[in-house]
Design a protein around this ligand. Sequence first.
Ligand code: F6R
Length: 237
Amino acid sequence: MKIIIDNEENIARRAAQRYVELLREKPDAILGGATGSTPLGLYAELARLCKAGEISFARARSFNLDEYVGLDGSHDQSYRYFMNENLFKHIDIDLANTRVPDGINTAIAAEYDREIEAAGGIDLQLLGIGVDGHIGFNEPGTPWDSVTHVVELTENTREVNSRFFASLDEVPTHAVTMGIKTVMNARSIILMAIGKSKAEIVRAFIQGPVTTEVPASILQLHPAVEVYLDPEAAALL
Ligand code: F6R
């Protein structure tokens, strides 16, 4: 695991350079996307680079990690909407080549893994981390061999995410998420964490035991992980 510690702006810039390198080498790369607050700086930087002609997503494809159950892509809190607004609209990717798990027809969740495989597998998966160690919406206790599936969100995760909704009651109770195995199948992974609220879990997933109680700790066993941290998130390492 390679650990990069720098200020928030620089980690966004440095992580974006990984995309520049990958897409130069493999213009039709398969990218794994994440939502939440953490990737916003990276997405803004990718948009800037694309406008400047330094990167092109014209032949790339993407698969996002997760989606709320019950929200369709037109809902402003759906992760499809988030991706369109915060990244896809601002880069030259073909929207038809972007996928987000289906939050309405959840019966087809596991087909997502087959689609990823048929596309050739994810070259670079982006992750944030929840304060409880979740990656995607794989909460503590999720089995290592899980594929894309429906999960019940913990009260803690719903509360943390309620900042984006009018009230806690509006936060969906379930989500569909890539499983741990789906994530681990990616050829390379970037995890980003920003701010002091992440410091304890950052220490736990990097330096603690590999345990399903800390889902991100499995990344210790992946051969190509880069972790981008600001000094506050890295404070307890
Ligand atoms: C989002 C996702 C989540 C977030 C995590 C951190 O697609 O899968 O695991 O990465 O909850 O969220 P932020 O970045 O808002 O702190």
